[in-house]
Ligand binder design. Structure first.
Ligand SMILES: Cc1ncc(COP(=O)(O)O)c(C=O)c1O
Length: 484
C-alpha cells in the first residue's frame, strides 16, 4: 500500500483549505526559462551533432524516485525535463533517418503551446477552432489534390485508416455498426507491403485479420491491379462482400506508390470503396517531380495523410479526408443525453472515433499560414532530391547494394564489402553500431528477407552534404565491423 500523506505535516486544517490556487509562482520566469530551453533545442536541430548525450547518474537516479508528496521547484523540473529530452532520440535532428520522422517545424511548437494553453476540446463545437479545423482540411485536400467533402483530424495514420475503414464497412454492410456482421463475410484488400495499421484496423472493425487479402506486388513493389481484380472477382462470386481496397501511396518499407488509377478502375468495376493510405507519402502528390505518381487519387473515397510525418509538424496530427459528405456521420453519429444536438446540427464527435479530441489541426494551419504552399513544395522536393542524391551515391559505391528503385524518399540499402559472409548479421550490427555512434540515426529493416539499412528522408533540414556524410559514416563503421 502506498504511504498516506503525513497527518501531522498537513496540520489540523481540513485538507481542502490547504489547496492553493494551482498557478505557478513565477509564471513569467518559467516562460523565460522555457523560451531559452526551446531556442537552445532549435539551435541544436540546425546541424547534426557528433554523438548523443547520456543522462547523468544523478538525473538517472532521480528517475527512480517515488511519487513526490511535496511541492517541487518548476525551474528545476524544467531543467531536468530539458536534459532528459536532449538525451532522447529526436526526429527533428537532420540526420535522424530511421523510421519516418518529422522536421518538427518551429511554428508547430508555437501552435502546440497555444493549443495546450487553451485546451479546446473538439468533441463538441468549440467555436473558432471548428472553423480552423475545417479550413485546414480544405487546405490540405487542395495541397495534395483530393476532392474533399468532409474529414477530421485524428491521432495518427492508424486512427485515420481505421476511421476510413469503419465508414467503408457501414457503406458496404449497412447496419453492421449495430448488428455486427450478422453472418455476412467481408474482406479488405491491400498490397503485401501495406502498413500493419490496415490489419489492425480490420481487426478492430470486427472483420478478423483473416479478412485481409494481401495482393501481390510488382517489381517496383506496387500492388498488382490485375491480381486485385482476380481477388475481388473470386470473393464476390463466393459471396464475400468487399469492404474496401486500401492502396498505399508511399509504403512504409520502400516508399512505393500503388498504381491508383488502375486500382480505381478495378474498384469502380466491383463497386468497392477505395481508401488511399498516404500517411507518409501523400505530400509527394504536391511535389511537381512526383505528382504524376498519384494520378487517380481524385477518384478515391477516402485518404489518410499524416501531417506529423512529411509535412513537418509535431505529433500527433493526422487527417482522414472523405469524398462524400455524410459517411462519417453514418459511421459515428449518435445521440446521448450528455451531448444533445442543437436541432439537427451534428456535434464534431459525430464525425470521429475519439471523444475528447485536442485541436491538432492548429499546428498545420499555422504551418500553412506562415510558410505557404510554395515553400512546402520546395521542402518536399528537397527531401526527394536528398533521396535521389543518396541513391546515386549508393549506385556509385560498389560496396553498397541498393535493394529497390526508390519512388519517393525512402531508400533501403546494405553494406556488402568483399569478404563478409553473412551480410544479414553484418547489416543489423551496422545499424545498431551506427545508433550507438550517434552521428546518424538509421534503423535496420528487411527487404525480401535481406537485412538492410533504411533511410527515410523527410526532414526539411537535411542537406546534400549531410546526405553524403551518411554514407561516409556507414562506410567507416561498416569497415571497422568487417575488419574487427
Ligand atoms: C503507410 C503508413 N500508414 C500508416 C502508418 C501509421 O501512422 P501513425 O504512426 O501516424 O499511426 C504509417 C506509419 O509509419 C505508415 O507509414
Amino acid at each position: 500500500m502506498s504511504p498516506q500523506p503525513d497527518a501531522a505535516r498537513m496540520g489540523s486544517a481540513p485538507q481542502h483549505e490547504q489547496a492553493d490556487l494551482p498557478a505557478l509562482a513565477n509564471r513569467e520566469g518559467v516562460l523565460t526559462d522555457l523560451s531559452r530551453v526551446i531556442t537552445d533545442a532549435w539551435a541544436s536541430f540546425d546541424v547534426p551533432r557528433s554523438s548523443e548525450p547520456q543522462l547523468s547518474d544523478a538525473l538517472a537516479a532521480r528517475l527512480e524516485a517515488p511519487l513526490p508528496e511535496e511541492a517541487g521547484d518548476a525551474e528545476e523540473a524544467l531543467e531536468d525535463a530539458a536534459r532528459i529530452l536532449d538525451a532522447s532520440v529526436s526526429p527533428s535532428r537532420p540526420l535522424f533517418l530511421g523510421y519516418i520522422g518529422s522536421t518538427g517545424l518551429e511554428i508547430g511548437v508555437l501552435a502546440s503551446a497555444l493549443l495546450a494553453t487553451y485546451d479546446v476540446n473538439l468533441a463538441t463545437s468549440a467555436g473558432g477552432a471548428d472553423l480552423v479545423e475545417q479550413q485546414t482540411l480544405r487546405w490540405l485536400a487542395e495541397f495534395v489534390g483530393f476532392p474533399l467533402a468532409e474529414g477530421a483530424f485524428t491521432s495518427g495514420g492508424m486512427t485515420s485508416n481505421l476511421t476510413a475503414l469503419l465508414a467503408a464497412r457501414e457503406r458496404a454492410l449497412p447496419g453492421s455498426r449495430a448488428q455486427g456482421l450478422d453472418g455476412r463475410r467481408a474482406a479488405v484488400y491491400c498490397s503485401e507491403e501495406a502498413h500493419h495499421s490496415v490489419v489492425r484496423a480490420v481487426e478492430v472493425c470486427g472483420l478478423g485479420s483473416g479478412a485481409v487479402r494481401r495482393i501481390p506486388i510488382d517489381s517496383r513493389r506496387r500492388m498488382r491491379p490485375e491480381a486485385l481484380d482476380e481477388a475481388l472477382s473470386s470473393d464476390i462470386s463466393a459471396g464475400v462482400v468487399p469492404v474496401a481496397v486500401v492502396a498505399t501511396a508511399g509504403t512504409t518499407l520502400t516508399g512505393a506508390v500503388d498504381p491508383l488509377s488502375a486500382i480505381a478502375d478495378v474498384c469502380t468495376r466491383h463497386g468497392a470503396w477505395l481508401h488511399v493510405d498516404g500517411a507518409y507519402g501523400l505530400p509527394g502528390a504536391a511535389a511537381p517531380s512526383t505528382a504524376s505518381l498519384f494520378a487517380g487519387l481524385e477518384r478515391a473515397d477516402s485518404a489518410t495523410v499524416d501531417a506529423h510525418k512529411w509535412l513537418g509538424v509535431q505529433k500527433s496530427c493526422s487527417a482522414v479526408l472523405m469524398r462524400e459528405a455524410g459517411r462519417l456521420q453514418a459511421a459515428f453519429g449518435h445521440e446521448e443525453q450528455y451531448m444533445p444536438h442543437d436541432g439537427d446540427v451534428a456535434n464534431p464527435v459525430d464525425r470521429t472515433l475519439e471523444y475528447s479530441r485536442p485541436f491538432r489541426s492548429l499546428r498545420l494551419w499555422m504551418a500553412f499560414r506562415v510558410h505557404g504552399a510554395v515553400q512546402y513544395r520546395a521542402w518536399i522536393e528537397r527531401a526527394l532530391a536528398n533521396a535521389r542524391h543518396f541513391t546515386d551515391l549508393l549506385r556509385a559505391t560498389p560496396e553498397f547494394e541498393l535493394l529497390h528503385d526508390p519512388m519517393l524518399s525512402i531508400v533501403c540499402f546494405r553494406h556488402a564489402p568483399p569478404g563478409v559472409d553473412n551480410l544479414d548479421s553484418h547489416n543489423i550490427r551496422l545499424a545498431r553500431e551506427m545508433q550507438r555512434d550517434g552521428r546518424v540515426f538509421l534503423a535496420p529493416a528487411s527487404v525480401d528477407d535481406r537485412a538492410c539499412l533504411r533511410a527515410c528522408f523527410v526532414n526539411f533540414r537535411t542537406t546534400f552534404e549531410e546526405v553524403e556524410h551518411v554514407l561516409e559514416v556507414a562506410q567507416e563503421i561498416g569497415h571497422s565491423l568487417s575488419r574487427g
